[in-house]
Design a binder for this molecule. Structure first.
Ligand SMILES: C=C(O[C@@H]1C=C(C(=O)O)C=C[C@H]1O)C(=O)O
Length: 220
């Protein structure tokens, strides 16, 4: 919703627009890399729920989780999906020159998506512990399809998509003081249907990919 306040602002993502000593690339890459470096110093990535987008640029992170979890990081895919699939769905075309604010909102979106999708590791661990007799043979057989079938809960996915659409309607509604007309009813800063579809097409499938990748390493 906060990112939707700005148009695309393409120069934010254009390495040729923003030149600064050091191999930062585009402005958004500079903001993400430099922010992650500071947050790593503050201990952000000692929290197993947090994953950096540029881990190679950071000092070795203390390994809190077992080896199965450490190697699973799908942030490169999240980066691609966010900029190429999600952003075009909810920002207007155009350029208002607010590139630094745009990059800051993008960082917030990337980090919250990464945290949500990598929760898959914690969920997979719980599922393994609850039903290891079912998961162990599939893990040893490297049977991704069986693992995906075991961990998939269609009713939960349906409820999640319904809940995120409702949250987008509630938190994204246009509110005008003293306007009791129906003029603003059904107007949102962000189309709730876009949010629900994005969860169905990308967030949930990526979360399950994380679950499968974690489980494949669980018995390493
Ligand atoms: C996260 C879980 O695993 C899967 C992924 C879900 C999601 O990303 O929302 C929901 C249900 C499952 O298909 C879960 O079972 O809660």
């Amino acid at each position: 919703i906060k990112r939707a306040r700005f148009p695309l602002n393409a120069p934010t993502y254009d390495p040729s627009y923003f030149s600064m000593p050091g191999s930062y690339g585009s402005l958004v890459e500079l903001v993400v890399k430099q922010t992650e470096a500071v947050q790593a110093k503050a201990g952000r990535y000692e929290n197993p729920e947090e994953h950096p987008f540029f881990p190679d640029d950071l000092p070795p992170l203390p390994q809190v989780l077992n080896p199965a979890a450490v190697s699973v990081n799908v942030n490169k895919k999240i980066w691609d999906v966010y900029f190429n699939k999600l952003l075009p769905l909810f920002v207007s075309s155009g350029d208002d020159g607010n590139y630094a604010s745009t990059a800051a909102r993008d960082l917030e979106c990337l980090q919250v998506l990464s945290r949500r999708i990598h929760y898959g590791k914690l969920v997979a661990e719980v599922k393994f512990r609850d039903e290891w007799k079912h998961y162990e043979p599939a893990i040893r057989a490297r049977d991704k399809k069986t693992l995906m079938d075991l961990l998939t809960a269609p009713a939960v996915e349906k409820a999640v998509k319904k809940r995120v659409a409702k949250k987008a309607r509630i938190f994204g509604q246009e509110v005008k003081v003293g306007d009791d007309s129906d003029e603003n009813k059904g107007k949102y800063k962000l189309d709730p249907a876009v949010v629900s579809r994005f969860y169905g097409d990308w967030v949930i499938p990526l979360t399950k990919d994380v679950e499968v990748q974690y489980l494949l390493h669980r018995l390493d």
